[in-house]
Design a protein around this ligand. Structure first.
Ligand code: FES
Ligand code: FES
Length: 154
């Protein structure tokens, strides 16, 4: 059934007319043209589509728009509204991505984790990244970037 939904994305309010079961990922990519959030498995397995919703990392591919109604969404584009985010700087310095396809989702999960508790160790962050897959095997460089970021902000 088609309905109207209000979501706030990267600080901007949007009213969306959509079928209630349309995944948030499709709304972000197709309606709002925010292509930084990636479609990987489309089935809640790989983490490529991770965004932050009301402070929590979620898979946008298995989040229907009805459940995002009235929520605050943060995507990878939101990190660089005021210049590049320091976490992204570290990712670039460490050349953390190979293909980079996983990196948007991984970056958003890390940001959500460290926003919630900035005093985590890199090992604690690594444990919570098991829901975000990287097929290129760049995890060690990604975690080095996280380590550098934690050192910088702590
Ligand atoms: S695309 Fe959403 S978890 Fe893989
Ligand atoms: S850098 Fe290619 S999937 Fe992670």
């Amino acid at each position: 059934m088609t309905n109207k939904y209000k979501i706030n994305v990267n600080g901007q309010p949007h009213e969306i007319e959509s079928d209630e079961d349309t995944p948030l990922l499709y709304i972000l990519r197709n309606d709002l043209k925010l292509k930084g959030t990636k479609f990987g498995c489309g089935d809640g397995i790989c983490g490529a589509c991770t965004v932050i919703m009301d402070g929590l990392p979620i898979f946008s591919c298995d989040t229907p728009i009805w459940s995002a109604d009235g929520k605050n969404i943060e995507t990878i584009e939101g990190l660089s509204v005021n210049g590049i985010h320091p976490l992204q700087e570290e990712m670039i310095d460490e050349q953390a991505g190979q293909c980079g396809y996983c990196l948007s989702g991984i970056t958003m999960r890390i940001k959500a984790l460290l926003d919630k508790n900035p005093n985590q160790t890199v090992d604690e962050v690594a444990e919570q990244l098991d829901r975000n897959l990287c097929r290129c095997g760049s995890q060690s460089r990604i975690l080095k970037a996280v380590e550098n970021y934690i050192e910088k902000v702590s």
